[in-house]
Write a protein that binds this ligand. Sequence first.
Ligand SMILES: CC(C)(COP(=O)(O)OP(=O)(O)OC[C@H]1O[C@@H](n2cnc3c(N)ncnc32)[C@H](O)[C@@H]1OP(=O)(O)O)[C@@H](O)C(=O)NCCC(=O)NCCS
Length: 290
Amino acid sequence: MKFPRQGEKRCMECLLRRMTAGDIPAGARFAQIAAWNQTRSDWEMFLRASPEGCFVAEAEDEVVGTVATISYEGRFAWIGMVLVHPERRGKGIGRKLLKAAIDYLTDCRIPCIKLDATPQGKPLYAKLGFAGELEIERWELQRSPQSNPAASPGVVTEEALEQDHEVFGADRSSLLRAIANEHPGFVLKSLRQGKLAGYSFGRRGALADHLGPWVARDEFSARELLDKFLNRSGGARIFVDAPTSNPWAINLLRQHGFRFSRPLTRMYRGRNEFPGRTDLQCGVLGPEFG
Ligand SMILES: CC(C)(COP(=O)(O)OP(=O)(O)OC[C@H]1O[C@@H](n2cnc3c(N)ncnc32)[C@H](O)[C@@H]1OP(=O)(O)O)[C@@H](O)C(=O)NCCC(=O)NCCS
């Protein structure tokens, strides 16, 4: 009989244990089956940021499910990468993974846990006490690949990171710097009379280039950043996850030929004391990171 080692929790169907880098290929396979855009580097960012707070479920010595967490300044944490192998769904594995993540974050005294739920995940989260905060829509552009001009790498400025602190509700500068290091050509800013009026980052994903965070204080800056990103990317497929509360994003995306792809619901559990300025977010960083 196999007993759980330290840091493992035995459940009826599976064994829960901490995720390691060796589990990334299994996670990436589940993400591919679910047609998600995350890459190996997204899993690595979670493991670097939260080595103790990412878990897998194992059954018959195989990884059958994943969950990852990341904490922002102790103000709130995000849960992402909630994936169960299609053949193992409906057996309580997702619930057990979620509970492991919630228990871990509760032990860390994080007062608020947030996530961006797919329609498939939403009923599970609602049962575990998550409430809806706002609606987000994924919009997708399909176009013929463009030849993109060689772009000089953008610089992440302190001003942008300070604004992001207000807009996101907590410091996520190390995550943004890591993303900028990997995709420097997607680091963009928009200036009005020498002042920062908007900024954006982007990633090349498994399926599409993803614009986010895409933040602007006025419509002109929002448009300028979108135009620049589309020009820099050159990709045939682009994703943006736009909060429906933003006054400009969805109209701009429509005008640029994007089509609605799927809904997401931002949910929280606990005291949501740092919601940030979602009105200024034209596009979020991504459902996995917030
Ligand atoms: C969402 C997902 C992780 C759920 O995993 P799972 O192992 O099938 O979930 P569980 O069996 O633990 O179900 C947990 C609870 O949610 C309910 N539930 C799960 N999926 C549901 C659905 N599609 N509709 C209604 N209820 C659902 C179950 O009835 C169960 O409730 P109960 O414990 O009170 O009986 C899995 O479907 C998945 O990997 N989907 C694709 C990726 C995805 O969308 N992930 C969510 C990202 S936010």
